[in-house]
Design a protein around this ligand. Structure first.
Ligand SMILES: Cc1cc2nc3c(=O)[nH]c(=O)nc-3n(C[C@H](O)[C@H](O)[C@H](O)COP(=O)(O)OP(=O)(O)OC[C@H]3O[C@@H](n4cnc5c(N)ncnc54)[C@H](O)[C@@H]3O)c2cc1C
Ligand code: FES
Length: 279
């Protein structure tokens, strides 16, 4: 059973982690394998860390590995601005600062046991979902059908392709992928991720559904799921809001009375009903 880790005493003080491996996955995504100095990072799928680089700044990044992996943890970072550009320059052996793990709203690791799970991922939204996906695959007998839907803008933006291929080859996983814009090299599905939903109709009955992707995707995925009469308690959304402190102090991530950093970043859809601005 995965235990929710307790927040460190000094929540503002970064601890050091060493880069064990740094691989550029495509033009914008960098894979990092990291190990904390002299400690194990205890986390559950859905939690994030604040990554800091001295003299540059700090950015919240979700832990992409499964806690079943011991001795190191993994991040996948998209290059978008100051901090993430600096992260992309990291090399094996460099040290970075880590605060966390943070977030109490996490993936339903225990609640989903015995049930089918449908993971709906868009673009970089694969990164947080991957932690829960690999946790489920490492404890395969505890869960029912596993279905993974992934949508990416175009083939050149796909990443972790070896892992995607290994999921697609498993007989105990249904993995469906699509790209928004196809080209001559792409032989698979073309269209946005919602076009895959009708293909898994039978899997949606009594399943738990987790969704992570760009903000626009949530609205359309939720509209597409309406047809299948899922309980809103069974739909989980990973909401990334702008975050600074990560611990409920600065208010950057506030949605009404809720702090995405503390109460999320994963929320049950039923808990968001009173907060239409959240989606
Ligand atoms: C809980 C959480 C988990 C995240 N997990 C990942 C992850 O696993 N991999 C990954 O690549 N990115 C992740 N992000 C997004 C990442 O934190 C931002 O891309 C990063 O903070 C941008 O910092 P920057 O200095 O490079 O860019 P900036 O120069 O600050 O800004 C560049 C762009 O990024 C946007 N941005 C800036 N700060 C944030 C922020 N805190 N949250 C969201 N958008 C922001 C800005 O609006 C702007 O469009 C996550 C964000 C949150 C809140
Ligand atoms: S990031 Fe500061 S309150 Fe959530």
């Amino acid at each position: 059973m995965v235990k929710q880790s307790t927040i460190e005493k000094d929540i503002y003080l970064p601890r050091l982690a060493a880069v064990k491996q740094a691989d550029l996955l495509n033009e914008t995504e960098l894979y990092l394998q990291l190990a904390m100095d002299g400690e194990q990072l205890d986390y559950v799928p859905g939690q994030f860390v604040e990554v800091s680089l001295a003299g540059v700044g700090e950015a919240p990044i979700t832990i992409s590995s499964s806690p079943t992996q011991k001795g190191y943890f993994e991040l996948v970072v998209r290059k978008v601005g100051n901090v993430t550009n600096a992260i992309h320059k990291l090399k094996t052996g460099n040290k970075i600062g880590i605060r966390g793990p943070f977030g109490k709203g996490v993936y339903p690791v225990e609640e989903s046991k015995g049930r089918g799970i449908v993971f709906i991922c868009g673009g970089i939204g694969l990164v947080p979902q991957r932690s829960f996906i690999n946790y489920v695959l490492d404890n395969r007998d505890d869960y029912g059908d596993v279905t993974i839907l992934l949508g990416t803008k175009c083939q050149s933006q796909r990443f972790l392709t070896d892992e995607l291929q290994s999921w697609s080859k498993r007989s105990d996983v249904q993995f469906l992928e699509t790209v928004d814009q196809g080209d001559d090299c792409w032989k698979g599905n073309v269209g946005v991720v919602t076009t895959l939903i009708p293909k898994i109709e039978s899997k949606l009955k009594s399943a738990v559904v987790t969704i992570c992707g760009p903000p626009i995707m949530y609205k359309f995925v939720l509209m597409a799921l309406q047809e299948y009469n899922l309980q809103h308690e069974d739909i989980y959304l990973n909401l990334e809001r702008k975050m600074k402190c990560g611990v409920g102090k600065c208010g950057h991530c506030q949605i009404n009375h809720v702090y995405a950093c503390m109460d999320g970043p994963v929320f049950r859809y039923s808990d968001l009903a009173a907060m239409p601005e959240a989606i």
